[in-house]
Design a protein around this ligand. Structure first.
Ligand SMILES: [Zn+2]
Length: 148
């Protein structure tokens, strides 16, 4: 099973959609705690679901169970907090469930994969759920994530 990820960073709407299409994405799962952006207004939860829908892509917000503050990362070490571990794992299970029927892409704002909590999510998806994870870069190329 393949799960994609991406960070829209400063990409214009059109290129972002293009990158999703290029990789056959059928569902975007938003993992931002706050699904709004002052600079990238099109990424707001008030706009993005409609934009995606027009391109035949579904939208789901999961920032409540997969948001950045639920993970910690220090250098190469990363993990979950005891108190919210269960919530996060339920979130990850939902992602895997969705990926059985859809080509899923987890979306955050951060351009840099290594500094974003999606790198921690990728670690769990690979080690605990046995999925393959790919991060879509600015150019639309999908880079396979490997655990080091
Ligand atoms: Zn991020």
């Amino acid at each position: 099973m393949k799960i994609f990820m991406t960070g829209y960073s400063n990409l214009p709407e059109k290129e972002f959609i293009e990158n999703l299409k290029q990789n056959g994405i059928t569902m975007v799962i938003d993992i931002r705690e706050r699904p709004y952006s002052r600079f990238q207004k099109w990424t707001s939860i008030k706009k993005l679901p409609d934009i995606l829908y027009k391109h035949g892509i579904k939208y789901r917000w999961m920032g409540g169970s997969l948001g950045g503050s639920l993970f910690w990362k220090e250098g190469d070490e990363c993990g979950l907090f005891k108190e919210t571990e269960q919530k996060v794992f339920l979130g990850l299970e939902k992602v895997v469930d969705c990926a059985r029927e859809e080509t899923v892409c987890l979306m955050c704002a951060c351009g840099d994969f290594d500094r974003c909590h999606r790198s921690v999510i990728a670690t769990f998806l690979i080690s605990d759920f046995g999925t393959d994870v790919y991060d879509i870069d600015k150019t639309g190329a999908a880079q396979k994530v490997s655990l080091t």
